[in-house]
Design a binder for this molecule. Structure first.
Ligand code: CTP
Ligand code: MG
Length: 232
């Protein structure tokens, strides 16, 4: 198995209002971005990591790479103005000798080794696999402040990363120029995308309170936090 992980860190973190890119904020003593890098280091099938970053933040990324104790090949490349453009840049840098790719938000520090392993196992058969959890809230479509329709919650899933794909498939999907907020939606047009159960703990750090949630989850032992870092 040869899997490359693309880690996205080229956002601005505007909704975090931290005055800096959120992926470098400290979380229980470790920079946020270093958590997922640590996980990819621990996954045997992942042989290479491509980290997508802003041109002026490479030093911060290198700090996170060192902090995570990475021994694998890591390439840092320049991101784009949108997440989609950053993924496209990441994919362009991926060596075609790899068969599969995991595309992950650097802003999701609570990824676990076991979830990533499940995705890697599943992508071998399915070619496109994403983790998702059933939505907890009732979701309505609203226009101009008025409810248009209440959606059937049984059919709604909240989608996470990493998203796992056969490399030729995701590259082909990215040749289309459609707009998408996740990678799977581009693949959906050309290939079935399988869902596996994600974790409610695999949160994306988006707004300030998410950092508190992450801290609480990590303190309570979620993510086997101690084991991951103690092997450094
Ligand atoms: N990302 C990226 N390149 C972009 C935009 C986003 O690599 N042009 C990355 C972010 O760094 C993050 C992930 O994609 O790890 C998910 O995006 P999001 O949570 O929206 O992060 P930001 O775009 O940084 O936050 P905001 O939208 O609040 O500005
Ligand atoms: Mg964003």
């Amino acid at each position: 198995m040869s899997v490359v992980a693309i880690v996205l860190a080229a956002g601005r973190g505007e909704r975090m209002h931290a005055g800096q890119n959120k992926v470098f904020l400290p979380l229980l003593g470790h920079p946020l971005l270093s958590y997922c890098l640590r996980i990819f280091e621990l996954l045997d099938d992942v042989t290479e990591i491509v980290c997508v970053a802003h041109d002026n933040e490479w030093r911060e990324v290198e700090n996170c790479i060192a902090h995570a104790g990475l021994t694998k090949k890591v390439t840092i490349i320049s991101g784009g103005d949108t997440r989609q453009a950053s993924v496209r840049a990441g994919l362009a840098a991926v060596d075609t000798k790899h068969r599969y790719v995991l595309i992950h938000d650097g802003a999701r520090p609570l990824l676990t080794v076991s979830l990533a392993m499940e995705l890697i196992e599943a992508v071998k058969n399915a070619s496109a696999v994403i983790p998702a959890v059933p939505v907890k809230d009732t979701i309505k479509r609203v226009a101009a402040g008025v409810v248009q329709v209440t959606l059937n919650r049984q059919e709604l899933w909240s989608v996470q990363t990493p998203q796992a794909f056969r490399i030729d498939l995701i590259k082909q999907a990215y040749q289309r120029n459609d707009f998408a907020t996740d990678d799977a939606s581009l693949v959906e047009a050309i290939h079935p995308v399988k869902i596996i159960q994600g974790s409610y703990s695999n949160i994306k750090i988006t707004t300030p309170e998410d950092l508190y949630f992450a801290e609480i989850l990590l303190r309570k032992g979620e993510n086997n936090y101690d084991t991951y870092w103690s092997r450094l």
